[in-house]
Ligand binder design. Structure first.
Ligand code: MLT
Ligand code: ZN
Length: 461
């Protein structure tokens, strides 16, 4: 029996697609380095149907690739080797909201923005946020332990998952942690599945925690002269007001967003570096504290200019200076890096990184932006307009070992939040020791003995 014949035992024609458009659409994520080439796309509707599919894959030896909103940037959801893509578009229901537990039990295909809206409708808040929240799905967020723009204030997706139902790669259904806050009964397998990039099994249900709505979130954009001032401003504001976000970018990204999206510059003065910080402006005393802190930083020469939002609309517009960068630089076919070091190491790291990239990429333009408040820098190399993409990606990759060598020397991460997928897989050793990778492989073999779950992602097949 062929794989397609086996699949047609489980899925009607409507939920088993093989046409070229669907193969292209569902076979890839937002990265454009690998060519998609899936065999088929299936759309299960329940945990039991996912279980039946996994059992079928084990029996007939075919590979499965989980597919959420496909907004990933590391090729984790790419099917380039005749795999069967498992889309969660039909498993998109909110199953239960519990006001006492402040939790939402939902299927993995629920869109991030939908969860945020549901929280808001109930006077609560789901704090994990990023530019792709309008299309990314909760299952994918959990599978990649998504971070985003509020990690300094609220942590990663991991912090908000209190329960998971998974189907393991060998076809067992596990219900993990049951929405509990406290549970000291041994290994917490929930946390193993969070960030596992679909290599151990499928997430088929999740219980997500919500929190109280922050009051009057206010945004400040500051221009700063250099990296050491940037770090001083970080330390000073963090001690004074505990910001909910602390992001950074450079003049060139302001210019690109202005050019691509027509967004006005935040203020007249151009600055080498910018900070966007957000805080709960819930009392006059707090606002005064912010203004005092701003003045102190300006007196020290750490801040060149600044603006503070006076309305929700202005806060949203200022956020766009940071959130629209990724989409705006797509016009330049960027080669993306997602690096992290401890915050205290950022100045030394940036200095070495800048020296390296200007020496090794003299003809390429380099821009960076990132979640500086949690040590995460997005270093993007922009493709010269007249260079073919393949040649450009190849040229960029020649410097990977040196960039990742710097990361390793600082015991940082080669992928802070985008995941490993296909794109970072061959560099995993720069962030993980040999013994650790061996344990990771051993764990995969326990949950997925026949290697049907997203083979070749994160770990070589
Ligand atoms: C961001 O911080 O904007 C996202 O991680 C996407 C990107 O790095 O381009
Ligand atoms: Zn990011």
């Amino acid at each position: 029996m062929t794989t397609l014949e086996a699949l047609s035992q489980l899925f009607s024609d409507k939920h088993l697609l093989t046409d070229a458009d669907s193969l292209l659409h569902y076979g890839r994520d937002w990265s454009r380095v690998h060519q998609p080439d899936p065999l088929a796309i299936v759309f299960p509707e329940s945990t039991e149907q996912v279980q039946a599919l996994v059992k079928l894959a084990n029996e007939h030896q075919f590979a499965l690739v989980p597919s959420g909103g496909r907004t990933g940037l590391s090729g984790g959801a790419i099917a380039s080797n005749q795999e069967v893509v498992v889309s969660f578009d039909r498993m998109n229901k909110v199953l239960e909201f519990n006001a006492i537990d402040r939790s939402v039990r939902c299927q993995p295909g629920v869109i991030t923005a939908q969860l945020q809206q549901l929280a808001e409708d109930n006077d609560l808040f789901y704090p994990v946020d990023f530019a792709s929240s309008g299309s990314s799905q909760i299952g994918g967020n959990i599978a990649t332990n998504a971070g985003g723009i509020k990690v300094i204030g609220y942590g990663l997706t991991r912090n908000w998952v209190s329960g998971l139902t998974v189907v393991t790669g060998e076809g067992k259904i596990l219900e993990l942690n049951h929405g509990l806050f406290k549970n000291a009964t041994g290994y917490d397998l929930r946390h193993l599945f969070i960030g596992s990039e679909g290599t151990l099994g499928f997430i088929t249900e999740a219980t997500m925690q919500l929190t109280k709505t922050p009051q009057n979130l206010t945004v400040m954009v500051l221009g700063v002269p250099d990296v050491s001032s940037l770090m001083k401003v970080f330390e000073t504001f963090r001690n004074a007001i505990n910001p909910t976000a602390f992001e950074s970018f450079i003049q060139r990204t302001v210019d690109i967003v202005h050019q691509e999206k027509g967004l006005p510059k935040p203020f007249e003065t151009d600055a080498p570096f910018y900070i966007l910080l957000e805080f709960e402006n819930d009392s006059e005393a707090r606002e005064n504290k912010v203004l005092e802190t701003f003045e102190y930083c300006a007196e020290q020469g750490w801040v060149l200019d600044g603006v503070m939002s006076q309305s929700e609309q202005q806060a949203r517009d200022l956020w766009r200076l940071r959130e629209d960068i990724s989409e705006s630089i797509n016009a330049f076919t960027p080669y993306k890096n997602d690096l992290s070091v401890r915050m205290s190491e950022i100045p030394a790291f940036l200095e070495q990184l800048e020296a390296l990239v200007s020496a090794r990429y003299p003809d390429f333009e380099v821009v960076w932006y990132g979640h500086i408040g949690d040590g995460n820098l997005h270093l993007n190399i922009l493709k010269p307009a007249d260079m073919p993409a393949e040649e450009f990606f190849k040229a960029c990759a020649t410097v990977n070992h040196e960039v990742f060598g710097l990361v390793k020397a600082m015991r940082g991460s080669i992928s802070a939040e985008h995941g490993v997928g296909l794109i970072k897989r061959d560099y995993l050793n720069y962030s993980r020791e040999e013994d650790e990778v061996a344990y990771m492989r051993a764990m995969k073999a326990v949950f997925d003995p026949n290697n049907v779950m997203n083979p070749g992602k994160m770990l070589t097949a």
